[in-house]
Design a protein around this ligand. Structure first.
Ligand SMILES: [Fe+2]
Length: 154
Protein backbone atom coordinates (compact mmCIF):
# COMPACT_ATOMS: atom_id res chain seq x y z
CA UNK A 1 0.00 0.00 0.00
CA UNK A 2 1.42 3.41 -0.89
CA UNK A 3 1.69 6.18 1.71
CA UNK A 4 -1.29 8.19 0.47
CA UNK A 5 -3.51 5.12 0.86
CA UNK A 6 -1.99 4.40 4.29
CA UNK A 7 -3.00 7.88 5.44
CA UNK A 8 -6.45 7.56 3.84
CA UNK A 9 -7.05 4.37 5.81
CA UNK A 10 -6.47 6.35 9.04
CA UNK A 11 -8.58 9.29 7.87
CA UNK A 12 -11.43 6.96 6.83
CA UNK A 13 -11.46 5.40 10.32
CA UNK A 14 -12.01 8.86 11.80
CA UNK A 15 -14.61 9.90 9.23
CA UNK A 16 -16.59 6.67 9.65
CA UNK A 17 -17.00 7.58 13.31
CA UNK A 18 -18.54 10.99 12.61
CA UNK A 19 -22.04 10.43 14.04
CA UNK A 20 -23.97 12.89 11.88
CA UNK A 21 -24.59 11.81 8.26
CA UNK A 22 -24.39 15.33 6.86
CA UNK A 23 -21.15 16.12 8.69
CA UNK A 24 -19.65 12.78 7.60
CA UNK A 25 -20.53 13.60 3.97
CA UNK A 26 -18.92 17.04 4.39
CA UNK A 27 -15.81 15.41 5.81
CA UNK A 28 -15.37 12.99 2.91
CA UNK A 29 -16.05 15.63 0.29
CA UNK A 30 -13.82 18.22 1.86
CA UNK A 31 -10.80 16.12 2.84
CA UNK A 32 -10.70 14.12 -0.41
CA UNK A 33 -11.52 17.25 -2.42
CA UNK A 34 -8.78 19.33 -0.84
CA UNK A 35 -6.34 16.42 -1.25
CA UNK A 36 -7.08 16.29 -5.00
CA UNK A 37 -6.78 20.06 -5.32
CA UNK A 38 -3.42 19.80 -3.50
CA UNK A 39 -2.34 17.12 -5.99
CA UNK A 40 -3.17 19.36 -8.93
CA UNK A 41 -1.58 22.52 -7.52
CA UNK A 42 1.57 20.64 -6.46
CA UNK A 43 1.88 19.26 -10.00
CA UNK A 44 1.41 22.74 -11.44
CA UNK A 45 3.91 24.35 -9.05
CA UNK A 46 6.54 21.59 -9.03
CA UNK A 47 6.15 20.87 -5.33
CA UNK A 48 6.09 17.44 -3.64
CA UNK A 49 2.84 15.92 -4.98
CA UNK A 50 2.67 12.99 -2.54
CA UNK A 51 3.22 15.08 0.59
CA UNK A 52 0.87 17.83 -0.59
CA UNK A 53 -1.88 15.24 -1.19
CA UNK A 54 -1.33 13.87 2.32
CA UNK A 55 -1.44 17.37 3.84
CA UNK A 56 -4.82 17.84 2.14
CA UNK A 57 -6.15 14.54 3.51
CA UNK A 58 -5.15 15.46 7.06
CA UNK A 59 -5.61 19.23 7.17
CA UNK A 60 -9.01 19.33 8.97
CA UNK A 61 -8.64 16.02 10.76
CA UNK A 62 -9.04 17.64 14.19
CA UNK A 63 -12.41 19.09 13.19
CA UNK A 64 -13.77 15.73 12.09
CA UNK A 65 -12.18 13.79 14.91
CA UNK A 66 -13.54 16.01 17.70
CA UNK A 67 -16.37 17.75 15.83
CA UNK A 68 -14.92 21.03 17.02
CA UNK A 69 -13.24 23.51 14.69
CA UNK A 70 -11.84 25.82 17.40
CA UNK A 71 -8.08 26.28 16.78
CA UNK A 72 -8.37 23.25 14.47
CA UNK A 73 -5.31 24.15 12.38
CA UNK A 74 -2.96 24.20 15.36
CA UNK A 75 -4.57 21.26 17.15
CA UNK A 76 -4.81 19.40 13.83
CA UNK A 77 -1.09 19.70 13.22
CA UNK A 78 -0.51 17.86 16.52
CA UNK A 79 -3.04 15.15 15.69
CA UNK A 80 -1.64 14.77 12.16
CA UNK A 81 1.85 14.36 13.64
CA UNK A 82 0.57 11.56 15.88
CA UNK A 83 -1.08 9.80 12.94
CA UNK A 84 1.96 10.14 10.66
CA UNK A 85 4.40 9.03 13.37
CA UNK A 86 2.24 5.99 14.16
CA UNK A 87 2.59 4.82 10.55
CA UNK A 88 6.42 4.67 10.80
CA UNK A 89 6.62 5.49 7.10
CA UNK A 90 7.67 9.16 7.12
CA UNK A 91 10.90 10.95 7.96
CA UNK A 92 10.93 13.74 10.57
CA UNK A 93 11.46 16.27 7.74
CA UNK A 94 8.43 14.99 5.82
CA UNK A 95 6.26 15.11 8.95
CA UNK A 96 7.47 18.66 9.68
CA UNK A 97 6.59 19.77 6.13
CA UNK A 98 3.07 18.29 6.23
CA UNK A 99 2.30 19.43 9.78
CA UNK A 100 3.72 22.92 9.15
CA UNK A 101 1.28 23.37 6.27
CA UNK A 102 -1.61 22.15 8.44
CA UNK A 103 -0.55 24.51 11.24
CA UNK A 104 -0.66 27.55 8.91
CA UNK A 105 -3.65 26.68 6.74
CA UNK A 106 -6.24 28.83 8.54
CA UNK A 107 -4.11 31.94 8.05
CA UNK A 108 -5.41 32.75 4.58
CA UNK A 109 -4.71 36.49 4.72
CA UNK A 110 -0.91 36.31 4.59
CA UNK A 111 1.33 34.36 2.25
CA UNK A 112 3.51 31.46 3.36
CA UNK A 113 6.07 29.03 1.95
CA UNK A 114 5.37 27.57 -1.50
CA UNK A 115 4.38 24.24 0.07
CA UNK A 116 2.11 25.83 2.70
CA UNK A 117 0.43 27.96 0.01
CA UNK A 118 -0.69 24.82 -1.85
CA UNK A 119 -2.82 23.68 1.08
CA UNK A 120 -4.31 27.14 1.68
CA UNK A 121 -5.20 27.53 -2.01
CA UNK A 122 -6.53 23.96 -2.25
CA UNK A 123 -8.81 24.62 0.73
CA UNK A 124 -10.21 27.68 -1.04
CA UNK A 125 -10.51 25.81 -4.35
CA UNK A 126 -12.53 22.96 -2.82
CA UNK A 127 -14.92 25.43 -1.17
CA UNK A 128 -15.38 27.37 -4.40
CA UNK A 129 -15.73 24.34 -6.70
CA UNK A 130 -18.19 22.47 -4.45
CA UNK A 131 -21.00 24.39 -6.10
CA UNK A 132 -19.98 27.03 -8.66
CA UNK A 133 -23.47 28.55 -8.36
CA UNK A 134 -22.86 29.50 -4.72
CA UNK A 135 -21.43 32.91 -3.94
CA UNK A 136 -17.69 32.88 -3.20
CA UNK A 137 -16.99 33.87 0.41
CA UNK A 138 -15.53 37.37 0.69
CA UNK A 139 -12.39 36.18 2.47
CA UNK A 140 -11.72 33.63 -0.31
CA UNK A 141 -12.39 35.87 -3.30
CA UNK A 142 -8.88 37.22 -3.91
CA UNK A 143 -7.22 33.81 -3.62
CA UNK A 144 -9.84 32.17 -5.86
CA UNK A 145 -9.28 34.82 -8.55
CA UNK A 146 -5.50 34.29 -8.37
CA UNK A 147 -5.84 30.50 -8.60
CA UNK A 148 -8.18 30.77 -11.61
CA UNK A 149 -5.71 33.09 -13.32
CA UNK A 150 -2.84 30.68 -12.55
CA UNK A 151 -4.82 27.77 -14.01
CA UNK A 152 -5.86 29.74 -17.08
CA UNK A 153 -9.55 29.77 -16.07
CA UNK A 154 -11.95 32.65 -16.42
FE1 LIG B 1 -10.43 22.83 5.14
Amino acid sequence: MNRIEMVREQVDKILLNVPDNFQRRCGYLHLYGVAQACTMLAMKRNENVELATIAGMLHDIYTYSKMDSTEHAHKGSILAREILSSLSAFSDEEIDLICGAIYHHSDKESSHSAFDEILIDADVLQHCLYNPLFKVAIHEKARFENIKRELGLK
